[in-house]
Ligand binder design. Structure first.
Ligand code: BDR
Ligand code: CA
Length: 315
């Protein structure tokens, strides 16, 4: 039986790669996308989501538009990291597909409540849509099968402030609601994603296949690599979101610890910082499973094989 997956996403270069990985993975049935602000505006992210689905000949996957703004904070988009359109140097034709009329949070609620215990949610953007859905229909907490979240930095430095990771910094209040909701969460923080670098050699391997998929990956990744080189002196680029997606069907890529994790919503320098109570000072029951160890090349081999397979199927 395949896993029934919904991705809540802010496409986004690595978000787009996560969507492609989901489509290329037989372990998964991708039942829809809900788009959120983050790397791009929700409107632009929706166009990107539809274009990527069209590129991969997956127009059957419904796309819904979610929230345009964080719950409390002003909007923060990631133009330097993902480009003005959110997909680096890639240029995709305007999509023929249209988003659904339903709002993103309503879509999450409907899908989860109509299939209790069956839907796996993958949150790879700021958690605004999911937080809203929890407030609208708290019963989704008991009815979702599991939630995989890309976010946070436990012992790793932040990638948006010295302390905070992008998704938790952009909407820390939403992350707070989700972390404290009681949902069965697996968190993929920067501690593991920053060990998974997509290298130029990896890109060259994919480029041996002539396909619109490999061209898209190359044009998007080239921008992302330039960002990583300029801002973080990293050779290659960190593909956070595909790693998170991969854990839904290949959990053995990572090692985990059950921990109580909170997020800073005070307005000081720590805003959006995620912190785990490693020594259990607070005597609280763990609220999530946190990926803290990773086998990077196992993940990268999986990612490359799946992208090769997808590319060969779309010449
Ligand atoms: C996260 O922030 C975004 O820029 C990426 O898409 C990823 O979801 C990494 O901090
Ligand atoms: Ca993302």
């Amino acid at each position: 039986m395949t896993k029934r997956i919904i991705i809540d996403t802010d496409p986004g270069i690595d978000d787009s790669l996560a969507i492609l990985l989901a489509l290329a993975s037989p372990e998964i049935t991708l039942e829809g996308l809900s788009v959120v602000h983050g790397n791009s505006s929700t409107a632009q992210g929706t166009i990107n989501a539809l274009s990527v689905l069209e590129l991969a000949k997956a127009g059957h996957v419904p796309v819904t538009q979610g929230c345009e703004l964080p719950l409390v904070q002003p909007s923060l988009l990631a133009v330097e990291t993902h480009g003005v359109q959110g997909i680096g140097y890639a240029k995709l034709p305007a999509p023929q597909l249209k988003p659904q009329i339903q709002k993103g949070s309503d879509f999450l609620i409907e899908k989860i409540m109509s299939a209790p215990g069956q839907i796996t949610l993958v949150g790879i953007g700021p958690l605004t849509n999911l937080a809203l859905a929890i407030r609208q229909e708290p019963r989704i907490v008991q009815n979702v099968k599991e939630v995989f979240i890309m976010g946070g930095a436990m012992r790793h430095e932040g990638n948006t402030t010295p302390l905070a990771e992008f998704n938790t910094f952009v909407d820390p209040h939403a992350a707070h609601i989700v972390f404290h909701s009681g949902m069965p969460i697996t968190l993929t923080p920067l501690d593991v994603t920053y060990q998974c670098i997509f290298l130029k050699e990896d890109l060259n391997r994919l480029l041996k296949i002539n396909s619109p998929i490999t061209k898209f990956i190359a044009d998007a990744a080239r921008f992302y690599m330039e960002f990583h080189d300029e801002y973080q002196k990293i050779d290659g680029c960190v593909i956070n979101d595909p790693l998170t997606l991969a854990l839904t069907f290949m959990p053995g890529i990572c090692d985990y610890q059950d921990l109580f994790v909170d997020v800073d919503i005070s307005t000081g320098v720590g805003l959006g910082n995620t912190f785990a109570d490693f020594y259990n000072y607070g005597k609280k029951t763990p609220n999530m499973k946190v990926a803290l160890g990773v086998r990077p090349r196992v993940f990268m081999e999986l990612f490359l094989e799946r992208m090769e397979k997808l590319a060969r199927s779309i010449p």
